[in-house]
Design a binder for this molecule. Structure first.
Ligand SMILES: [Zn+2]
Length: 109
């Protein structure tokens, strides 16, 4: 679970999920009040998490010969499972990842 970069305290799983569901990566620390940005530890890991549920659904449909109703139940289950796991791979930063990236490209030029 991610820690606040300012005070070092661990954030609750619920807080990360709620913030990401709102499609924002910005959140105030509940302990010290400083703005933190939720960043993915590695872009590869996040890509795997978004790709894996789709892959599992397709594979299990082929292997177990699932019908429409099975898939209808399987899909939200996998999405929820993914939602449960991914905050463990998140990291908090004082700076916005997007801002860091644009600065990186600016120095390269
Ligand atoms: Zn804090």
């Amino acid at each position: 679970m991610p820690n606040c970069e300012n005070c070092g305290r661990k954030w609750a799983w619920k807080r990360i999920v709620l913030k990401t569901l709102k499609f924002t990566n910005k959140a105030n620390c509940p302990y010290c009040g400083q703005t933190q940005y939720i960043v993915a530890k590695s872009r590869k890991k996040t890509a795997i998490f978004s790709f894996l549920p789709a892959f599992i659904i397709i594979m299990s449909a082929l292997i177990f010969d699932l019908d429409g109703w099975d898939l209808l139940l399987l899909t939200p289950t996998l999405i929820l499972a993914g939602l449960f796991v991914y905050p463990f791979f998140m990291k908090l930063s004082k700076e916005n990842e997007a801002g860091l990236l644009s600065r990186e490209t600016a120095t390269k030029k």
